[in-house]
Design a protein around this ligand. Structure first.
Ligand code: F6R
Length: 369
């Protein structure tokens, strides 16, 4: 049951610290190494990989977009991320030295399954990141990394997504470790940061009353825009998707750098714009760019809602609302920055009197095309 929660979604959002801990359980070694015994692809084959495709649908695709930033940085292997429904109907270039990572919470999504078969026909190795034990996608893959999020009942994916992102980090770090490349030293450092994530998600959840209040104040809006750069860009897409599917409000996520190429025309007086600010301790230029984007949209009338790291005061002059998240390395930030967006969408939908767990026109697992 819902264990006292109004919605399964709220329960599942609250389960995220435990879910992330379970994804990591037994996979981080004492010496800061990654232990993925279940990835039964030989070290030799893993060393021979020249290209990675990450394939998924919907929210899982957003996890894949985040994976690209992390895996390319840690392994120097080129990564392409593609929607399963596009990949399966074109003629992608892949062979024995290609690793295809398919991501699916349910393990039954038809487009993802068909993309997997398409990849296998061309001799690619397929690694599934999946939540549902023994489902079709892991059964047909060469190897599977289970996310162990537990059953996800609400149609909108929350803990499913967060654990997919964490599983992608594990895959990237594992590949870096096996291949002994340039970023090997970084593996142990990132592992130490991964261990902190469950508590950091807990910390974000503890401060959510203000976000709920903010959500109530946004319930009558007709459009919300989400902006981010780098890994903040997929987070913006995910925030917009959650809002569309739950609250039936028009929402769009943008790469902040694309604003001036058209979308900035959407911004008028009072348009709510949610901005995911990167850590000021990461690449300085990235943080500075996002701060100027906040300033730009504010100057055109936007009501700015900024998700920013604890202590980041640079955003204060241009933020109408600040939502704080703990300090993480830039690449790991989506695990904390996504959480307020889930709560925001949930609260807006609830205020609008909608069924948060069962949005109209949607099914939990899309086994048809
Ligand atoms: C959105 C959502 C969907 C799924 C998508 C893929 O909240 O849940 O976009 O992410 O249908 O589903 P899986 O991961 O089961 O393949």
């Amino acid at each position: 049951g819902k264990a006292g929660y109004d919605w399964f979604m709220l329960k599942e959002i609250d389960e995220q610290p435990q879910a992330v801990a379970d994804t990591l359980l037994g996979r981080l070694g004492n010496r800061g190494e990654i232990v993925l015994d279940e990835v039964r692809i030989s070290d030799e084959d893993l060393r021979g990989i020249t290209k990675i495709f990450v394939i998924a649908c919907g929210t899982a695709y957003h996890a894949g977009l985040i994976a690209k930033y992390a895996i390319e940085h840690w392994t120097r292997i080129p990564v392409e991320v593609e929607l399963a429904s596009e990949f399966r109907y074109r003629d992608p270039v892949l062979d024995r030295s290609t690793l295809v990572v398919v991501i699916s919470q349910s393990g039954e999504t038809m487009d993802t399954l068909m993309a997997l078969r398409h990849a296998k026909e061309q001799q690619a190795r397929v690694l599934a990141i999946c939540n549902a034990n023994g489902s079709t996608i892991p059964r047909e893959s060469d190897a599977v990394l289970y996310t162990r999020a537990g059953p996800e009942v609400a149609v909108a994916s929350t803990k499913g997504f967060l654990t997919q992102v964490v599983a992608c980090y594990l895959v990237g770090l594992f590949l870096a470790q096996v291949r002994g490349l340039k970023y090997e030293d970084e593996v142990a450092a990132v592992v130490a940061e991964l261990r902190k994530l469950p508590d950091q998600v807990r910390e974000v959840l503890a401060g959510m009353d203000e976000v709920r209040e903010l959500g109530r104040s946004l319930a009558t809006e007709s459009t919300l825009l989400f902006l981010g750069r780098h890994v903040g860009y997929p987070v913006a897409l995910e925030g917009a998707l959650k809002l569309k599917e739950l609250a039936y409000i028009h929402a769009e996520g943008f790469a902040a750098g694309e604003l001036k190429h058209g979308s900035i025309a959407l911004i008028g007086d009072g348009t709510p714009v949610v901005v995911i600010a990167p850590s000021p301790h990461g690449r300085e230029s990235l943080h500075g760019k996002v701060v100027s984007n906040i300033q730009e949209v504010r100057a055109r009338g936007a009501r700015t809602i900024v998700i920013a790291e604890e202590g980041d005061d640079d955003v204060l002059p241009y933020a109408d609302h600040v939502i704080r998240v703990p300090r993480t390395p830039t690449l790991l930030a989506p695990v904390v920055t996504t959480v307020p967006l889930q709560i925001l969408a949930c609260e807006i939908a609830d205020t609008r009197g909608l069924d948060v767990d069962m949005p109209r026109n949607l099914a939990k697992s899309v086994t048809v095309e």
